[in-house]
Design a protein. Structure first.
Length: 159
């Protein structure tokens, strides 16, 4: 029996608890100290930001209900989009869900999309480049003195 892929759709405000639960578990594999965004923030984002969810028809993902992945972007003051997070439930990785989320987000914008990534994370940099992102600049000490980032940009007219 073929496994059903989730549908990618805009989050509704009622999704905030499930997306917040996903945020708490999605980064555990990295070994980095990650601070998940709180439920109150996800409540606002699900209503006012660009939040996509990968929704399963049926699910046993107890923490995040039927949400297997999510992506959140914000409009910047320069009318670009800033991709804040893209995450997939640990039990659902390797099935193309992150790719589906990214492709949907990029397909549905006419604006430049920005993101930041650790310059030491070569795999992530290469992955973003495959989607059409280019390094715009390196910012040393982006979060904290030891946390450098590449600022990468996707230009829809070039993709």
């Amino acid at each position: 029996m073929k496994e059903m892929l989730p549908t990618i759709e805009a989050a509704v405000s009622q999704d905030f608890l499930q997306v917040s639960a996903l945020d708490r578990i999605a980064w555990l594999h990295t070994g980095h100290t990650s601070i998940p965004d709180g439920e109150h923030v996800w409540r606002v984002w699900c209503e006012y930001a660009i939040v996509l969810v990968a929704r399963l028809r049926e699910s046993n993902l107890s923490e995040s209900g039927n949400i297997a992945g999510s992506l959140v972007m914000f409009r910047t003051h320069t009318d670009e989009e800033f991709l804040h997070k893209i995450m997939v439930h640990p039990d659902m990785r390797g099935r193309g869900i992150g790719t589906q989320l990214m492709q949907t987000a990029l397909h549905n914008t006419t604006n430049s999309v920005l993101l930041t990534v650790d310059p030491e994370n070569a795999a992530a940099v290469q992955l973003y480049q495959k989607f059409g992102f280019q390094i715009r600049q390196r910012i040393d000490g982006y979060y904290r003195p030891q946390e450098d980032r590449f600022l990468m940009a996707y230009e829809p007219e070039l993709a």
